[in-house]
Design a protein around this ligand. Sequence first.
Ligand code: PLP
Length: 453
Amino acid sequence: MSNRPADKASVKAADRAHVFHSWSAQGALDPLPVHHAAGSYFWDYDGNRYLDFASQLVNANIGHQHPKVVAAIQEQAGRMCTVAPGFAVDVRSEAARLVAERTPGDLDKIFFTNGGAEAVENAVRMARLHTGRPKLLSAYRSYHGATSTAINLTGDPRRWASDTGTAGVVHFWGPYLYRSAFHATSEAQECERALAHLEETIVFEGAHTVAAVILETIPGGSGILVPPPGYLPGVREICDRYGIVLILDEVMAGFGRAGRWLALDHYLENGAAPDLVTFAKGVNSGYVPLGGVAISAKIAADFDERPYPGGLTYSGHPLACAAAVATLNAMAEEGIVDHAAHLGEHVLGPGLRALADRHPAVGEVRGTGVFWALELVSDRERRTPLVPYQATGDANRPMTELAAACKQRGLWPLVSGNRLHVVPPCTLSEAEAREGLAILDAALATADAHAAG
Ligand code: PLP
């Protein structure tokens, strides 16, 4: 502790002098110095408490400072802080076993990475090697990470500045009934048309050139776009028809967030499974960086004889794996996934729908578990977004005002585009959920002021 800046001003000054932040114009930044955290809250240096309705970056699924996870990291740190990927290590073996136990079908081998983007990079590498095909299909409304291939796969505007357009990536439209790309008026129609559009895209790209379709099971960063029930089984069938690898990206939706161990558990039944699953964030709540790919038997078998051409110094890092083992065990012992499902069904879902009834700025409420979005509009009839796509500065004022109103009242929100994402820890208590809903109720008045009544 001794050589750390102790006061708010010096933390901020050193940050502004030396820390280069993600996704930001550095000159305009004013980051909040954070002091400590516990459970569903974190505190700043002035003693202000914030209810973490963002779970940091939708990763702290088990809440802050869960004692079992902290103790497991401490215990591992006392024994062995680092070990190369080539060794067999107890916490790594156990973390892999626990993840494999939660993936469907025969996805029983786990390749560990440091985060989500690297998981995606390796999943598509495996798919390309498995099929011998170059192309990858992903949704426009998606985020898959910020490394070279992952950012090209990403459909949302974070791709634009890094889009080489030459990586063999083709984008398509996924289902999103509220703003249907297919002029659909029902979930069933949206599902059928989105599947027909995907298949047509594959056919016109040349199915024999397509290695993989990668989809977020529930697209998160693009607006928590809960798919209609038949969509993922339909995508599985299309991939089977053309020999295409199906990769489900569970980085944000997985490990309790959607009220299931994996979000895909909502949709794929009777043994249906993707070929690869990417994960990160909630697998150990981000206490130490960790991600990975769960690999089906047939893809894993490709590398029984020939070497897998990929690796990372920190693949299966022991501190990260110790955190994963403790997180997954605590989630099971404490019924945390069921609790997230309960919160979604009985508290957050009804509570957010009640907000929609009271606030004209709320156009749609969608989600499951602790994975919800309020889509905000200036005109409900026309579904006009409260702020234009990619709004900045004054054009984005209704959203910055809403975020400020939440923070003033002690809730840390996740605001993205014209949406408020409601993504608290899975461990949120019912009382904390009600506290958060009451704050949102008060803060939404700022959005209503920009909406037609
Ligand atoms: N995939 C999805 C669905 C994500 O939401 C994210 C991050 O938000 C990523 C991949 C990238 O993960 P990371 O930031 O750990 O590289």
